[in-house]
Design a protein around this ligand. Structure first.
Ligand code: NAD
Length: 491
């Protein structure tokens, strides 16, 4: 089966105040299918004046008049979110097709993992809309004292290209449920599903200005949103490097910020683990999503006594995996998102070779049907902790395998990173599993599994992987603030 992008995708505009508009400058940029190099369509490039319009529309929709979003019955907001979930589900094949064309991920993943979870996330937060409330509190004195839990206002959601719609839904759904209005800036490499969601929101009857999408370069549009005085909060997912910049720039207006950043997550295999399960977990931990996963198990730490047998199983499995046409439902490893990212991955692989790691699988860029940005699933063994590939996030299908002698050394190696997004431990010893889970400095720990997610389970980083928790009831804290009210009851 070949990659087909028909029906053609029409040129895309900005979605501001319930209307589709060209950018003020009339400039556009191209959306490219990384599996073929073909231009999918053109996307409007927003300028600062477009952002002013979007912020104005979002502010008006939040605050003004009886129809203001923050004043709408919570139950009605919940119904709208539920309706959006239903419409995404009704269009799920089209959403999946767009995501795969834009990002290069296998259609199997878009259709059966990303999009179903987007639907669940909207459904989950639809339920929360009526359950966000304040409390009565027994303060001393003759007062009636209570709190109100209120939305923040205009939220700018800035999202990356690896799970384009999924990571956007983690922000948009709780923010809307809590009564905020949204300006979404998707990564410029992957805008199509964000724009399709705007169409769906319009169809669902979301009032104009409640949900806006501005497309364009991060360094201009993203940056301007972060500095804009009319934006109340930045919900950012992306690299640690840009996250630091966002935090610095948001300081100018003391904007609320939440950051979901990079990772270099350890996958720790103890000698007493089920090695077949651990090999499968190590394989899925790094090759699922082409390794372009913030929580990818990109450092495999194996107890020395089982090192050889585990690596044998893992390498045998990996050698059967080949990059293939992402639109083929049988494909499990798609295209790297862009030429730029392919170059980054290649550079890291070269550094692994140069610094003396042992290449035991893959290691080369490749093509499918004579085109596209593909990289072989790659494993480096005998990696040492100080090597670049053991320390830096590669964000590609490249695994660094290290070994350790005992629990203390394994744990120390696992925590020897600036990141702390996720980690996994493989063992049959229940005490060891929980002890390690307790001592790992990571926002998510998987025991005898990897890469499982659910809308109910909070997700976020320790250390330089960021702060704030998305998903679960914790995400509502990111989009609400508390007001204390004192009523004098003295005669
Ligand atoms: P990126 O940091 O380059 O871009 C993320 C978003 O920020 C994009 O929309 C981009 O346009 C925008 N941006 C770029 N420069 C900006 C600026 N100066 N000001 C404001 N916005 C700006 O990241 P990416 O390459 O799209 O995604 C990959 C990174 O995202 C990886 O580091 C990965 O680990 C991280 N990530 C983290 C999570 C998580 O939940 N922790 C999830 C997915 C991806």
């Amino acid at each position: 089966m070949s990659v087909v992008s028909t029906p053609a995708i029409r040129p895309q505009k900005l979605f501001i105040g319930g209307e589709w508009r060209d950018g003020a400058s009339g400039k556009t940029f191209e959306s490219i299918n990384p599996a073929t190099g073909e231009v999918l369509t053109t996307i409007a490039s927003a300028e600062v004046s477009d952002l002013d319009l979007a912020v104005g529309a979002a502010r008006k929709a939040f605050d003004e008049g009886e129809g203001a979003w923050r004043k709408m019955n919570a139950a009605d907001r919940g119904k709208l979110l539920w309706k959006i979930a239903g419409l995404i589900e009704a269009n799920i094949d089209e959403f999946a097709r767009l995501e795969t064309l834009d990002n290069g991920k296998p259609i199997f993943e878009s259709r059966h993992v990303d999009m179903p979870m987007v639907v669940e996330v909207f459904q989950y937060y639809a339920g929360w809309a009526t359950k966000i409330h304040g409390e009565t509190i027994p303060a001393k004195g003759n007062y009636f004292t209570y709190t109100l839990r209120e939305p923040l206002g205009v939220v700018a959601a800035i999202t990356p290209w690896n799970f384009p719609l999924l990571l956007a839904s983690w922000k948009i759904a709780p923010a809307l449920a809590a009564g905020n209005t949204i300006i979404h800036k998707p990564a410029s490499l992957t805008t199509l599903t964000a724009l399709k969601l705007a169409e769906i929101a319009q169809e669902a009857g979301v009032p104009p200005g409640v949900f806006n999408v501005v497309t364009g370069k991060g360094a201009t549009v993203g940056d301007a949103l972060v500095e804009h005085p009319g934006v109340d909060k930045i919900a950012f997912t992306g690299s640690t490097e840009v996250g630091r910049e966002v935090m610095r720039k948001a300081a100018g207006t003391v904007k609320k910020v939440s950051l979901e950043l990079g990772g270099k997550s350890p996958n720790i295999v103890f000698a007493d683990a089920d090695l077949d399960a651990a090999a499968r977990g190590a394989y899925l931990g790094i090759f699922y999503g082409k390794g372009e996963v913030c929580a990818a198990g990109s450092r495999l730490l194996v107890e020395e006594s089982v090192h050889d047998s585990l690596m044998e199983k893992l390498v045998a499995r990996t050698k059967k995996l080949q990059p293939a046409d992402p639109m083929d439902p049988k494909t499990r490893l798609g295209a790297v998102v862009s030429e730029g990212q392919l170059n980054t991955v290649s550079r890291y692989v070269e550094s692994g070779k140069k610094e003396g790691a042992q290449l035991v699988a893959g290691g080369e860029r490749t093509q499918v049907n004579g085109k596209g940005c593909f990289f072989q699933p790659t494993i480096f063994d005998r990696v040492r902790p100080q090597m670049t590939i053991a320390r830096e996030e590669i964000f590609g299908p490249v695994l660094a395998a290290l070994s350790f002698k005992n629990l203390e050394e394994g744990l120390a190696q696992a925590n020897n990173t600036i990141y702390g997004l996720a980690a996994a431990v493989w063992t049959r010893d229940i005490k060891k599993a929980h002890r390690v889970a307790r001592d790992l400095k990571a926002g998510t720990v998987w025991i005898n599994t990897y890469n499982v997610y659910d809308p109910t389970m909070p997700f976020g980083g320790y250390k330089q992987s960021g702060f704030g928790r998305e998903l679960g009831m914790q995400a509502l804290d990111l989009y609400t603030q508390t007001k204390s009210v004192w009523v004098d009851l003295n005669e």
